[in-house]
Design a binder for this molecule. Sequence first.
Ligand SMILES: C[C@H](O)[C@H](O)[C@H]1CNC2=NC(N)=NC(=O)C2=N1
Length: 108
Amino acid sequence: MSPSRVRLSDEQIAEGLKSVPNWHREGDALLRTLQAPDFPTGIGMVVAVAEAAEAMDHHPDIDIRWRTLHFALSTHDAGGITVLDLRLAAVIDTAIESVLAAATGTHA
Ligand SMILES: C[C@H](O)[C@H](O)[C@H]1CNC2=NC(N)=NC(=O)C2=N1
């Protein structure tokens, strides 16, 4: 099994979460919930995340209800949280920020 698909320890997860402060752990998943400004922008976020996840070959669970997006990350093959989930969390944050900046015309 590649190192990236090895379940992380509680300590490793806690340490990794420091780099992705928008996320928190619940059991064997990393979770993030956010509000999009409107439904089309929320869908745009989902599309951007989907493209990034496909490129990584590591995919989030996504739930969107109007403007509320829920992301849950876990490595199914490992039955828990791996470094792939921490990497995907950072990738999702970047994708969301990019779509939001484009939608609101605010580029850093
Ligand atoms: C064959 C393919 O690489 C695997 O099925 C990938 C696809 N995307 C995945 N996504 C997630 N979240 N967990 C996995 O174990 C996983 N495995």
